[in-house]
Write a protein that binds this ligand. Structure first.
Ligand code: 0A1
Ligand code: ZN
Length: 853
């Protein structure tokens, strides 16, 4: 981390804010280029802060019109980041500070603060966007009650809380719950509502609405069902009821992230809320359900209890991700959800944790907080909570959460507060556990086995690798879920949790008649890299017999990685163990089709590059690409004659339903079509494309065709059909880049980015093409270096308009240390070129600087 950057902000420097803000009254007179914002802040000195301080308010890009205290004009000192009122002008008693500013939402392309998207006004205030709307102590520990008046001719005017009045050209909203400014929201536009209702367990009737632009009304039903399911689930599982009379969700096309949990007024990227069978895939449906749940769950974990400062971001994000994962598992399949979550964790978080951008779940310094909405804070943050639950058990977890909600409701809390709740509930001392929050890096856990005199011994060794700024680390507490199987497949020791707390530690199992087969790290009980030498036959045994579905999948996955590694490194042939094992799973009708589809998905190219690098090799992207395709072909040939029957058996009759069972069948059908395409030149996939009545199968079969170098006419057909649909068109853009052959990717990107409908200022469209470029492993890392150069060009272009999205997308370069000297030089060269761009944003310069080290 750039510790010597003068702009660095440190956790150790935290000080409470000088004042309390009891109430805020805001009046917005909306205008595209000259919006007026009047603010009245009811303030008093904060008894918990040092007395006699000046009053400092954050503010950026605001034109101050007036400033008064208790009705008397005052002259503040203005600078580029805010306003100061000297202590001498502040009354000793509580006072009202009034300001009026002018802002220009139309020109706001950064999509932070108040901006416009296709004629509609909307806001994004997390993390520090509110300071672009008005002068305010824009920090999460300042919690105030907000009253908002909006003046505009637009028909729908929304803000947080409950509606308290409206007339021609105005509306007023009042939020009874104190909140930090990052949860403020305002929306104004010509919008249509998809309504719903919900009665809470406390008997409160809540009116629900999903607001969309005209034309999108038909894509809201799924989101509404997901919202109601989330509300019911949070009552049932966590005892948490909703606390306002209305809950509004708004879909906007221009949005940097997925969605935002503003109190009572969630704002969503359209892509994360709109779904219909014709336009959304099963994955889209599942993602919409999960994001709706995530944002809704924030109402308690984030809004009612918020973060003291941004270093505590994982307090709300880790817990809310953990809760949304539990929810999706309950609604769908725990096994499948866990596998998907671990796939994502390894692809994004392990990659981050093992490279130059590694940081603790609770970082202790940053330059730009927007750069810390990361896989580590979110996904590893959720894993840490999963481990805590595993260590204390379900009952104590539930008791601890009740205490957390009781004790900290209405507060801005810290990770220390969170851990204290668990300590007080269970009597357990958690200082060693806390290292999961304060130390970066993925622990490497080795295991050896010993069998003597009827005693089976597992010996674990843990290594906590150095990460930027943290050269040395002590041992962590690692919950390792273990089960033992007999050679006939029976479970002799059901799952138990071993607590590994030392650098080296043994656990003995006595009284066994025969040497068992160990199933270790069941359910992926800790986010570690398990290093274990297992004979292929034993992996194949676990793939066939493990009673833990995660580890059953994991056995196949590890085997596939080992086989692929040998194919890449020494041109070996695919092993029969793997092919037979996968064939058995593919045709095992006793297994969930979604699970079978996941088992057939081969390790990705980036995953293989990481695996080879971890094993001390220098990955060659071209060889990885070729070997992976060769394995896919070998698997197709091995399963060959039975694939058409499998594909047929997975056709789902009747009207489309996005439920998990039907989605699982479609996933297995697409997996078989993809294999079949290697044998029949795409004939079956082509037929599936023609017959498809839903986006999952039509887009899935199109992607399969493109992947084998076919599908031109289907691609044209798809474009003609969806020309006018911005969300579906994104898929069309992205798939061409993802499926392009390594030496064609750069050309494809250049061609697509020259199109009139490549609106690069829209983050979704930018990500569709430029994100897909870095997602095409062999193409991005092509020896020509064109992929790197193209990405750098586009980041430099985007940065002045939208630094946040440019910075996020720059992480494609974080894996540079893995590759050969030529590629390293080219990637570092691209980063240096970015660093040298005139006027580079704080966001992107922090990222490029950290990656360069
Ligand atoms: N809190 C939101 C995600 C979010 C974070 C940052 C943003 O802008 C910097 C926008 C949204 C969530 O977790 O869903
Ligand atoms: Zn969140």
């Amino acid at each position: 981390m750039s510790l010597d950057d003068p702009r660095t902000i440190r956790l150790a420097d935290y000080q409470p804010y000088s004042h309390l803000v009891e109430r805020v009254e805001l009046t917005f007179r909306l205008h595209p280029t000259a919006t007026r914002v009047r603010a009245a802040l009811h303030m008093a000195a904060n008894p918990a802060a040092r007395a006699g301080q000046d009053l400092r308010l954050d503010g950026e890009g605001l034109r101050l019109i007036s400033c008064a205290i208790d009705g008397r004009a005052v002259q503040p000192i203005l600078d580029a980041t805010g306003l100061t009122l000297a202590v001498g002008v502040l009354p000793a008693q509580p006072f009202v500070l009034e300001t009026e500013v002018e802002i220009a939402p139309e020109g706001n392309t950064a999509l932070e603060g108040l901006y416009m998207s296709k004629g509609m006004y909307c806001t994004q205030c997390e993390a520090e966007g509110f300071r672009k709307i008005t002068y305010y102590p824009d920090r999460p520990d300042v919690m105030a009650r907000f009253h908002v008046r909006i003046e505009s001719d637009l028909p729908v005017l929304l803000s947080n809380g409950n509606p308290v009045g409206q007339g021609a050209g105005w509306a007023e909203w009042d939020d009874p719950w104190p909140k930090p400014s990052y949860l403020f929201a305002l929306v104004a536009g010509d919008l249509r509502a998809h309504p719903g209702d919900f009665t809470t367990m406390e008997g409160r009737a809540v009116s629900l609405n999903i607001w969309v632009r005209p034309g999108d009304e038909g894509r809201c039903a799924w989101g509404m069902e997901a919202l109601k399911a989330s509300m019911a689930w949070d009552e049932r599982v966590y005892g948490r009821a909703y606390d306002l009379d209305v809950f509004n969700i708004v879909a906007v096309d221009d949005f940097n992230m997925g969605a935002m949990e503003n109190k009572g007024l969630n704002i969503f990227n359209s892509k994360a809320v709109l779904a219909s069978p014709e336009t959304a895939t099963d994955d889209d449906f599942a993602r919409v359900e999960a994001i709706i749940a995530h944002e809704y769950f924030h109402n308690w974990t984030g809004n009612r209890i918020t973060c003291r400062d941004w270093f505590q971001l994982c307090l709300k994000e880790g817990l809310t991700v953990f809760r949304d994962q539990q929810f999706s598992g309950d609604l769908r399949s725990h096994a499948v959800k866990r596998i998907e979550d671990v796939l994502m964790l390894r692809a994004r978080q392990f990659r981050e944790d093992g490279g130059p951008l590694a940081h603790p779940v609770r970082p202790d310094s940053f330059v730009e907080i927007n750069n810390f909405y990361t896989a580590t804070v979110y996904e590893k943050g959720a894993e840490v909570i999963g481990m805590l639950k595993r260590l204390v058990g379900d009952a104590d977890y539930a008791r601890a959460l009740d205490l957390y909600f009781d004790r900290h409701d209405g507060q801005a809390a810290t990770i220390e507060d969170w851990l204290k709740v668990f300590e007080d509930t269970t009597g357990r001392e958690l200082s060693q556990f806390k290292r999961w929050y304060t130390e970066a890096g993925t622990p490497r856990l080795s295991v050896t086995e010993d069998w003597a005199d009827g005693v089976f011994t597992l010996t674990f060794g843990q290594v906590n690798p150095p990460t930027p700024g943290q050269p040395q680390k002590a041992a962590k507490v690692i919950p390792v879920a273990v089960g033992l199987l007999n050679p006939n497949g029976d479970e002799v020791v059901p799952t138990m949790v071993l607590e590994v707390t030392e650098e080296r530690q043994s656990f003995a199992f006595k009284g066994l008649a025969t040497r068992p087969v160990a199933s270790i790290l069941r359910g992926f009980s800790a986010p570690v890299l398990l290093e274990r030498v297992v004979p292929a036959a034993e992996r194949a045994f676990l793939l066939a017999h493990d009673t833990d579905p995660f580890n059953r999948w994991e056995a196949g996955r590890s085997l596939a990685k080992e086989v692929l590694a040998r194919m890449i490194l020494d041109g070996a042939a695919p092993s029969a163990d793997l092919l037979d094992g996968l064939r058995r799973i593919a045709f095992d009708e006793g297994l969930d089709p979604a699970f079978r589809a996941l088992a057939l998905r081969l390790p990705g190219e980036d995953d293989m590059a990481a695996t080879l690098h971890a094993a001390g090799h220098v990955p060659d992207p071209a060889r990885i690409y070729a070997a992976r395709r060769a394995l896919h072909l070998a698997l197709a040939e091995h399963l060959g004659p039975r694939l058409p029957a499998l594909e047929e058996a997975c056709r789902v009759p009747g009207a489309f339903s996005p439920d998990a069972a039907a989605a699982g069948k479609r996933a297995l059908r697409l997996a078989s079509l993809s294999l079949l395409a290697r044998l029949d030149g795409g004939a079956a996939a082509r037929a599936a494309y023609r017959a498809a009545d839903n986006m999952t199968e039509s887009f899935g079969s199109l992607a399969i065709l493109l992947d084998i170098g076919a599908g031109e006419s289907e691609l044209a057909d798809f474009a003609a059909k969806w020309q006018q649909d911005r969300l579906v068109l994104e898929k069309w853009f992205a798939v061409q880049v993802s499926a392009a052959a390594p030496d064609k990717v750069a050309d494809v990107v250049r061609k697509l980015t020259q199109r009139a409908d490549f609106d690069w200022k829209n983050p979704n469209r930018f990500r569709a093409v430029i994100g897909a470029l870095s997602g095409n492993h062999a193409g991005f890392h092509h020896a020509s270096g064109e992929g790197y150069a193209l990405l750098a060009d586009w980041l430099i272009t985007l940065d002045p308009k939208n630094p946040q999205t440019a910075a996020r997308m720059s992480t494609a370069f974080e894996s540079w240390p893995r590759y050969d000297a030529d590629r390293q030089a080219m990637m570092r060269g691209a980063l240096q070129r970015i660093m040298a761009a005139p006027g580079l944003s704080r966001d992107l310069s922090e990222m490029a600087g950290r990656m360069l080290g």
